[in-house]
Structure formats: structure tokens, C-alpha cells
Design a protein. Structure first.
Length: 162
């Protein structure tokens, strides 16, 4: 429940968030990926490029999403810009969890996306909340639970799905 003390800051309109991420994807292609950044900055989180298989189209779909590191494992929140519903990239990964990610200064790497639960989710949520102190208030503004996703290494030699 959102209270006066936990009320999240006002979010930009949905159209602006969609435009922002489309521009970011365009700049990613234009600059060859130089618009990515690592969590080792003042924000405390990084931006990764994710390519997954579309659940309906079967085609590759790419998106830029925020992440934090848990050791060498990238962790993301499927928060849909804190709007209702699940983001399309998560629905795609839920249907086809094998994907490819690219982090700043690193080559693409094949991964397997896994939604975490229980104590692991609580621990990773706490890591995120250390980076984003308004996290709980944002999450409370949504009616659905926010999935926490980890990207684990996948052997590229044996799996060519993406």
C-alpha cells in the first residue's frame, strides 16, 4: 500500500518512456553499442542490450534494459517502466528463456533467463533497493508482482536458438 511517506515520485507519461527507449535503441545501433554503461557509475545500475525470441513472431527482438550485477550475474527487474502489465521482453523470455545479452565493453554472450523466487528474490530485491531507494514505493504502485530475473551463462556451442 502506498502511503504519503512511500509515495513514488511522479513518473513520465507512457508515451515518453516508450519514445526514450526507442531513441536509446536507435542510438545503440548508430553508435555500435557505446550507449551502454556498467553499474560502476553514480547511478549504481547499468544498461544492457538484450536479444530474445518473440513469443508470437518467433523473430529476434532487442531491447535496452537496466541491470545490476550479483557477482558476475546480471539481474533485472521486469517492471514495465512501473506501469501496469508485464514488459514484452519479459513475456518473450518467459516463453523462450534462451537469449543473448551484451554489456558495455564485452562481446555478446548467450544466457538463460530465470525468474527467481523466495529468499533469492528477497536478497536480489534488497540489492536493487540499495541502488534505487524508491523501489518499494514504485513496486507498490503496481497491482502485479515485479519479476526479478537473472541471466545465467549458456553454452553457445550447443545451443543456437537466438
Amino acid at each position: 500500500m502506498v502511503t504519503q511517506d512511500t509515495k513514488p515520485p511522479k513518473l513520465p507519461p507512457v508515451w515518453f518512456k516508450h519514445l526514450f527507449w526507442r531513441v536509446h535503441r536507435f542510438l545503440y545501433r548508430l553508435t555500435g553499442g557505446r550507449v551502454l554503461w556498467t553499474p560502476k557509475n553514480k547511478r549504481g545500475w547499468g544498461a544492457m542490450h538484450l536479444t530474445a525470441i518473440g513469443r508470437k513472431s518467433g523473430q529476434q527482438r532487442s531491447v535496452i534494459i537496466g541491470y545490476i550485477d550479483d557477482g558476475s550475474t546480471p539481474v533485472v527487474l521486469a517492471m514495465n517502466g512501473w506501469d501496469e502489465g508485464q514488459p514484452a521482453w519479459w513475456l518473450n523470455l518467459d516463453a523462450h528463456p534462451d537469449a543473448v545479452i551484451r554489456l558495455k565493453g564485452q562481446p555478446e554472450r548467450p544466457v538463460h533467463a530465470r525468474r527467481v523466487g523466495g529468499e533469492e528474490r528477497d536478497r536480489l530485491w534488497q540489492l536493487w533497493s540499495e541502488v534505487d531507494e524508491g523501489l518499494d514505493a514504485y513496486a507498490d504502485s503496481r497491482s502485479a508482482d515485479t519479476p526479478v530475473i537473472v541471466f545465467e551463462p549458456r553454452d553457445a556451442a550447443t545451443d543456437q536458438t537466438v
